[in-house]
Structure formats: C-alpha cells, structure tokens
Design a protein around this ligand. Sequence first.
Ligand code: NAD
Length: 332
Amino acid sequence: MRILVTGGAGFIGSCYVRGLLDGVHPGYEDARVTVVDKLTYAGNRANLPERHERMRFVRGDITDAEFMREQVAGHDEVVHFAAESHVDRSLHAASEFVRTNVEGTQSLLEACLRAEVDRVVHVSTDEVYGSIDEGSWSETRPLLPNSPYSASKAGGDLIARAYWRSHGLDVRVTRCSNNYGPYQHVEKLIPLFVTNLLNGLDVPLYGNGLNVREWVHVEDHCRAVQAVLTGGEAGGIYNIGGTALSNRDITDRLLDLCGADRGRVRHVEDRKGHDLRYAVDDSKIRTLLGYRPRISFEEGLASVVDWYRDNPGWWKPLLPAPSAPGGEGAGA
Ligand code: NAD
C-alpha cells in the first residue's frame, strides 16, 4: 500500500501520518507514506519524525499541477488535508484560500485521475453548511458557507463531486466539526487561550462568547477519516460531529484547567460574519461505518492543556506578533 497525504505537517494531517507510522490503523501497518506539504506558517516539519523507514517528506505546493502529477504517480490512495485553514486569516487574505483550497484541490484530483489512484479522501469541514439556529445538518443539506474560508472549502467539495461524477474518480468527502488536540497552531482558539493563560496573559474572547461549535479530538477525527478511506463509498459524504459547547463554556473550562479566574477574559469585537452555531448530524458515519469517537471531551481537553504545558519548546516560536491576524481575538 502506497499512500500520499497532503498537508501532513499541519495539525490534523500530522496526527494522521503519526498514526499511520505508529500502526494504529489496522491493515496499514506496512503502508508507505509520502507527505506533500508546502510548509506554510501553519506547517511544521517538527510535527513529524525526522526520519522513518516508511515515510518520505516532500516539500511542495499542491497548486503546482506538474509537481503534483509527479508526486501522486505510483500511489494507491490519497488523503487530502492541505488547506489554508484559519477563518480569521481568510477575512484578510482570501485569495490564498481560493488558490489552495479550490485550485489546489483541483490540481490534486487531476493528478489522482491521471495516476489512476484507487481512492481519495477529501477532508472538508462542517463550516460549509453555514450557521444553523437549531437542529443539525445532514449530508444532503445545501452548502451555505459564510466566510471566505468555508466558501473555499465548499468550492473544493464541489470540485471533488465533479471529479467523481464526470470522471468516475473515487473521491469521498468528510465534513468534520472543530478539532482540538496537541500540535495545533497557537492562532486557534484552544491553543491561543491555553498558551496565553500559561504565559500569564488575558484571553481575547470574541463578542459575547455564545457562538456554539462541536469539538472532536484530532485522533478521533483521524480514525473517522480512516473509516471513510477503508469503508466509505465513492462519491460519499460523511459528517463527523463532536461535543457541542459555546466559546464561553470552553473558555471557562480552560480557565479552570489552568487555575485562572474569570477576570482573565477580555471581550473583543466580534469576528465579521461570525456564524452563531454549527451542528452536524453524523448518524451516517456511525451507522454505516461503525465509527465512534473514543476520547471524551473532558479527558481530551485536560490532556491537551497538559501537552501545551509540557511542550513550550514547540509553541513558543509560533506565538503571533500582537498585530498579526488572529492576535486580536479567537473564535473557532
Ligand atoms: P493546518 O493549517 O494546521 O494545516 C494545513 C497544512 O496544509 C499545513 O501543514 C500547510 O503547510 C499545508 N498547506 C497549506 N497550503 C498548502 C499548499 N498550497 N500546498 C501544500 N501544502 C499546503 O490545518 P488543519 O487544522 O490541520 O486542517 C487540515 C484539514 O482539515 C483542512 O483541510 C481543514 O479545512 C480541515 N478541517 C480542519 C478542522 C479544524 O478544526 N482544524 C475541522 C474540520 C476540517
């Protein structure tokens, strides 16, 4: 088995690759893994082992069609994580999101088609459905993305559908809720708040903090991606949900875990167009593929706080300049 993983030195992709190398996915213990990553500000080579007999790391850009054709050739399966992933940055610099998330996805899928790859998982997000006041989105609901990030991810989803419908390429799409876990860049809500609290700083909470997101541990997300890779169907779309919490609830839990009081919360101006609530119905992946999350939110969040406490050498070099996008507030 030869598997190519895009975005494998980012937060979720590196968790997936470490899992492959650690043999956590049955049947893939001998898989040879090629990681393709541009190593943008969000990618970190230190998220992966320096050397591994079953891994090859190639630095490059998924929008480079010729480069991708060369890389994909000879692989059986592809898992596509590479993306520009931060909503706040997409409000300031949307073109890079369209380039990587739409054009990059197309360039990758074209390379997969030419190389006759057996199957591809396109890793997408629950944000493509947009905000929902009550209830939850199933996979058949229309896409109503509200940020340049989610719109570019929705564009990638539609390109994936087109390569399946037009060319018969076996592409499956996952739409997961917010991830948390170790190795997540400090610009995202949980790492930003934890590292601020560990540094004795306030935490900048957007608006009234009532925005609700579902949270899934990154290892559970990777197990779900693997379930779709091995058991899903061509053209299938699979939601992956998590534990629903408001940003205020998350903040309170982080304050408690870090031994800080409520006075450390600084309310900052809300994100433009901030979606109020995301909620997905993930009964399809549970019923058809037998996927179940294994990590409870309480246990997972405590272990993540411990990880950041124990690994300042990983996150201190990533701390944003005070004026950088995302430094003003944090949502998810
Ligand atoms: P991340 O920002 O941590 O990592 C993205 C990786 O992609 C980085 O290593 C970066 O260097 C690489 N990359 C960016 N542009 C590239 C390009 N043009 N060519 C090659 N590599 C490039 O993101 P993440 O949080 O690990 O998210 C991974 C995927 O999962 C994304 O597709 C994202 O949309 C999706 N997703 C994320 C979440 C979440 O909560 N983080 C939830 C659901 C879905």
